[in-house]
Design a protein around this ligand. Sequence first.
Ligand SMILES: NC(=O)c1ccc[n+]([C@@H]2O[C@H](COP(=O)([O-])OP(=O)(O)OC[C@H]3O[C@@H](n4cnc5c(N)ncnc54)[C@H](OP(=O)(O)O)[C@@H]3O)[C@@H](O)[C@H]2O)c1
Length: 292
Amino acid sequence: MIAITGANGQLGRATIDYLLDKISPSQLVAVVRNPSSVQGLWNNQVQVRQAAYEEPGKLEAAFNGVHTLLQISTTSTGDAGVRQELNVVEAAKRAGVQHICYTSSLQADATADFTCSRQAAATEAAIRASGMQYTFLRNGLYMELILQLAGEVFEGGDICYPAKYARVSFVSRNDIAEALSKLVTGGSDKNRIYEITGSRAWSFYDVCEMLRQEKRLCCRYISISEEEYRAVLQSLPIDADLAELLCSMASGISAGEFSHTGDDLEKILGRPPMQLRSFIKGLQYEFHPAIG
Ligand SMILES: NC(=O)c1ccc[n+]([C@@H]2O[C@H](COP(=O)([O-])OP(=O)(O)OC[C@H]3O[C@@H](n4cnc5c(N)ncnc54)[C@H](OP(=O)(O)O)[C@@H]3O)[C@@H](O)[C@H]2O)c1
């Protein structure tokens, strides 16, 4: 049996869609904190178990009979985020899970600027120490985030972001979902770490150029200071934790923490990953409030 946490999220749902092409729904358990969020999905054939990352007892019950757990990282940060992820690992161990496949962060590092990278490093360490077999998918930045980072370009605005010339090896969430489905059903290659990236890394100047060429947008990339970015975030109706996370992400991007490229994803997929230019070409105009 394979269980997947965060099953109702964007990555979780896409992964389950790929998994259902490979295995019977009876072999899958979708773990969610709010079962009504998946009502009617997957022809109601996938077993749904309720547990939040803050609920160790419910997590253990949800993992009963599970051989392989696909642990999708939490959206919480700080001490709460670290605790939630450790709750999942500890519950999996108690429930007798044999193999954890964890969605980590690109080149996860306890000393990184990006908060989620530090958090992922702590979770990876706990999984290794647990003795369970592991597969870590250290995911780079989703291409889909460009819509949020650069949303105002569709209203005639510019990309104002504090990344200087730093490059990002953007990767498509959908490709990650397909890769996850292949890895958890593949049955081999345990205790492996994959750095999941696009095949090239691009600066925000490059992103702007692609938006001009492919979408005929007259946008510019203006590399603002981290202080200016923080002030923009503080003026938005978002909570302080999210603002901190976004500042740490920008600082990580500037420091080159998202620039690594490799061919791990291409090898897993058996085809080249989605290219940033193709993604931008396919963008449909939609209003996405910019966060930067
Ligand atoms: N690489 C990147 O660029 C990138 C970007 C964004 C996020 N991420 C990370 O990758 C993960 C998957 O991405 P995504 O696109 O699927 O994000 P998403 O659509 O926001 O989904 C997040 C999932 O995590 C669940 N979750 C969050 N806190 C939880 C808790 N305390 N207990 C139980 N479930 C909880 C959510 O459940 P609810 O629906 O109930 O909230 C949801 O199912 C995210 O959770 C985040 O850690 C990576």
